[in-house]
Design a protein around this ligand. Structure first.
Ligand SMILES: Nc1ncnc2c1ncn2[C@@H]1O[C@H](COP(=O)(O)OP(=O)(O)O)[C@@H](O)[C@H]1O
Ligand SMILES: [Mg+2]
Length: 271
């Protein structure tokens, strides 16, 4: 799905956010990116969803060298990648249906997009996506009346109507209640399994990453600190990754002894 060769991103000629990175991601793979704040996770995501180009190196998406793409061809490739952000970028005053369908904008003409604000086009598609995330009854509610967790589900539904091959989620649960965070991570894993999407998630929480993802990449100072199956990640790896920093505000890096028990539980989503 992705092949990165010696990819670097430098801001303002001196901040090396991503440093000479090599990475391969297979189609359908699920991987979590973890690492301290400032490690370059968001920058890597923005390159993976083709928002920003690498400063150097090559980035292949489905064997296409995306640095050579512009205009319409670049937009076509971007449409194959759905992104879920930490700040979910929903328009609070609009009905849920409009926010969900904004995921289709890339595929719509301007005229159709404007018309959709008056009478939602493809409302059935939005209903289906909302059903997939467990809140179909919210279709015509004003988005701002939903809870934080429900709004994050709307953001996921918006990515789903785009029917992307890849779902990129940049700290999708940082702004929701910890109790809801696991549910949202599980939902994204389950959806990516059911619909055979590649899922790459950037997670603040080490325990969520280890509990739900088969492959874990630790990023530090723009470089890969480790790239391992979750079962092979040790306390030592985590200590090196987070040396001199903290995973959550005021929270020490949790030890694997505390984390391992959660790894086996994968309850199905019932909402
Ligand atoms: N648009 C930008 N302009 C300048 N510096 C940036 C920009 N985006 C990120 N950086 C810098 O790049 C580094 C990596 O940032 P980021 O990718 O946001 O890390 P993370 O998501 O892991 O916290 C940081 O030093 C950050 O300040
Ligand atoms: Mg970030």
């Amino acid at each position: 799905m992705y092949q990165l060769n010696q990819v670097s991103k430098v801001f303002g000629g001196r901040t090396i956010a991503v440093d000479d990175l090599d990475l391969k991601v297979r189609r359908g793979e699920k991987l979590a990116l973890i690492g301290p704040s400032g490690a370059g996770k968001t920058t890597l995501f923005r390159m993976l969803n083709l928002t920003i180009p690498p400063t150097s190196g090559t980035l292949l998406f489905d064997a296409l060298n995306v640095s050579s793409l512009h205009g319409r061809r670049l937009r076509e490739v971007r449409r194959r990648i759905g992104t879920v952000y930490q700040q979910h970028n929903l328009v609070p005053r609009l009905q849920v249906v409009h926010n969900v369908l904004s995921g289709r904008l890339g595929a719509w003409s301007i005229w159709r997009s404007v018309r959709s604000l008056i009478r939602p086009q493809e409302a059935d598609l939005a209903y289906e996506a909302l059903s997939q995330v467990g809140i179909p009854e919210k279709l015509y509610d004003r988005t701002e009346t939903l809870s934080g967790g429900q709004q994050q589900r709307v953001a996921i539904a918006r990515a789903l109507v785009q029917n992307p091959e890849v779902i990129l989620a940049d700290e999708p649960v940082s702004s929701v209640d910890p109790a809801l965070a696991a549910g949202i991570v599980k939902l994204l894993i389950e959806l990516s399994e059911t619909y055979r999407k590649t899922l790459i998630m950037n997670l603040h929480s080490v325990d969520l990453a280890l509990a739900h993802f088969p492959r874990i990449i630790g990023l530090r100072d723009g470089k890969i600190s480790f790239d391992l199956p979750a079962a092979e990640v040790t306390d030592e790896h985590l200590a090196v990754l987070y040396a001199g920093s903290q995973t959550e505000i005021g929270e020490e890096v949790p030890s694997l002894a505390e984390l391992r028990p959660v790894r086996s539980c994968q309850p199905r989503l019932t909402t």
